[in-house]
Design a protein around this ligand. Structure first.
Ligand code: PAF
Length: 285
């Protein structure tokens, strides 16, 4: 039987535990999550265990990163289930602050990472990345880990966090973890739970389409042309396309014509669910 995970809810309780590990010469990795734990999150914990002696997982559904018409209230919350899954995966500590701990009365600081946050998901979700950057900066300062693990599923978020840490000299190594997919290619996401059975059947077409774009680009097709074709294919299948884009993998600057190295990123709506996905060019493996 798996041991129950220890849960702390305040910075005051968190810091001495981490300090004790440090004093014992152990390294610490943080896996920030908003809960609704799935195999994708568990792969982050597995990677964290590989990279550090101790793993802290945070669970906080961050109100700052949701827009007024987004799913903050509907976001799946089940701490008992999540903590059991994280314990089984080998996380040593769960940091689960409430909103009052994270944003006490009078809280007024926002972190804005600038140009990287402005388009792609940032265009459709104003203030979203300020909310992410603010909470991630706080989590990194509260936990002071040696390493922090973020999934490549949120590729733009990962680049923003790398920039945040570099610009603010936060002494932590940011590690990106590969996307975990269902057998049919659908990227794991807590929001997949919102899909109806019919939508779930269509959803894998998103990963197939961007995969095809990556193959076409590697074969010499121009980026603009491949993006138009992908958008058409997705719309014909019933997706409402927010964007399909071919970008520089480090700066996210748009790329046109033939490309050698790139990231293909897409965001779509299927019914009431927003799905995002991305693949590298050239494809890995
Ligand atoms: O990727 C997420 O789940 C969230 O954006 C994060 C990094 C935990 C910040 O709330």
């Amino acid at each position: 039987m798996t041991r129950a995970i220890h849960i702390v809810r305040t910075v005051q309780d968190l810091r001495p535990r981490i300090a004790a590990w440090r004093q014992a010469g152990e390294t610490v990795a943080l896996v920030p999550t908003m809960g609704a734990i799935h195999a994708g999150h568990l792969s982050l914990v597995t990677l964290a265990k590989d990279k550090a002696d101790r793993v802290v997982t945070s669970l906080f559904v961050n109100p700052l990163q949701f827009g007024p018409r987004e799913d903050f209230h509907a976001y799946p919350r089940d701490e008992a289930r999540d903590s059991a899954a994280l314990a089984a995966a080998g996380s040593d500590l769960l940091y689960a602050p409430d909103a009052g701990e994270m944003y006490p009365p009078g809280f007024s600081t926002k972190v804005n990472v600038g140009d990287l946050t402005e388009d792609l998901c940032g265009a459709a979700r104003p203030n979203h990345f300020d909310g992410v950057a603010t909470v991630v900066a706080k989590l990194l300062l509260q936990c002071a880990p040696d390493k922090a693990i973020f999934g490549e599923k949120d590729y733009q978020q990962l680049l923003i966090i790398r920039r945040l840490v570099r610009d603010l000299n936060i002494p932590v190594e940011i590690i990106g973890a590969p996307i975990v997919r269902e057998d049919d290619g659908l990227a794991l996401s807590s929001r997949n739970a919102y899909l109806s059975p019919d939508e779930r059947k269509i959803a894998p077409l998103l990963s197939q389409t961007i995969h095809d774009v990556a193959v076409d680009l590697a074969g010499g097709r121009g980026a603009d042309d491949a993006v138009v074709a992908a958008r058409f294919k997705l719309e014909a299948a019933g997706f409402r396309v927010d964007y399909v884009a071919v970008r520089d993998p480090e700066t996210l600057k748009p790329l046109y014509g033939p490309v050698k190295r790139a990231r293909v990123l897409a965001a779509v709506h299927l019914g009431k669910t927003r799905l995002i996905d991305n693949v590298p060019v050239p494809l890995a493996g």
